[in-house]
Design a protein around this ligand. Structure first.
Ligand code: DX5
Ligand code: ZN
Length: 245
């Protein structure tokens, strides 16, 4: 059965990329306890990006640690061949990059046939037009707001307008795909990307910060969205009250 992952609320998806890999299970438990919504898992193959990170066996090992949705971001050149492994390991959402997926529709359909939500991702330099024709088929669009490859980079400010343009496209077509942003999301930036139209916020370095506890960092981001009890989480009509910039 598909988990409930579409809701009107803003979702926070900590990226494990900046977690302590020596105790990933405990780190998952900590972000869950702190009030996260999804767990974002960055899979890198050493080809699409230079680093190699997490494979399907690690996802499988993490599965018993939480019931929260596993949001698997495939930064790999051969995504289609990887889909069955990550599905079997316990992924709830699998996202492939449009830039390296020539048979995008086939890939998306193969994910959905496994009873998993399908997402499509775009690098900062890739035009939205690349995903125009797949939008009606996907459950999620992931906009990279830094170049993929590592955590802790600075949000690219020009991506704010791209988020707005995608929000507009989705709303105009009446599509309910989630709009996820990934890269450089911090507490000050979080309300601005939400105002631009994002509904799922990935955050790595801002959450796994050596100086503060995970509880503190998660609450810091959530509070930046709320500005009062659940203000933005539960009252999307109030987005306009946040000043842009
Ligand atoms: C980057 C990954 C991101 C990354 C985000 O290639 O896709 O998910 O971990 O990390 P921060 O929030 O540190 O930019
Ligand atoms: Zn990611």
């Amino acid at each position: 059965m598909l988990k409930m992952i579409n809701s009107p609320q803003i979702k926070l998806a900590p990226s494990l990329l900046s977690a302590d890999f020596g105790r990933l299970g405990e780190q998952v438990a900590e972000v869950v306890k702190a009030g996260s919504d999804w767990i974002h898992i960055d899979v890198m193959d050493g080809h699409f990006v230079p680093a190699i990170t997490i494979g399907a066996p690690v996802v499988k090992a993490l599965r018993p640690w939480t019931d929260l949705p596993f949001d698997v971001h495939l930064m790999v050149t051969e995504a289609e061949t990887q889909i069955p492994q990550f599905a079997a390991a316990g992924a709830d959402i699998i996202t492939v990059h449009a830039e390296v997926c020539p048979h995008l529709h086939r890939a998306v359909e193969s994910i959905k046939q496994l009873n998993i939500r399908a997402g499509v991702a775009l690098n900062p330099g890739s035009p939205l037009a690349l995903v125009d024709d797949i939008l009606p088929f996907v459950d999620l669009v992931l906009l990279m707001t830094v170049d993929p490859g590592c955590g802790g980079q600075i949000f690219i400010p020009q991506m704010m307008a791209k988020i707005s343009r995608l929000r507009h496209k989705l709303d105009e077509k009446g599509l309910r795909a989630e709009l996820e942003v990934d890269g450089g999301i911090t507490a000050p930036i979080a309300p601005k990307v939400v105002q631009a139209g994002a509904r799922v916020l990935v955050a790595g370095a801002a959450i796994f910060d050596a100086e503060k506890s995970i509880k503190e960092t998660v609450h810091h981001i959530k509070n930046s969205l709320e500005n009062g009890p659940n203000r933005l989480l539960n009252h999307p009509e109030k987005f306009d009250e946040i000043s842009p910039g």
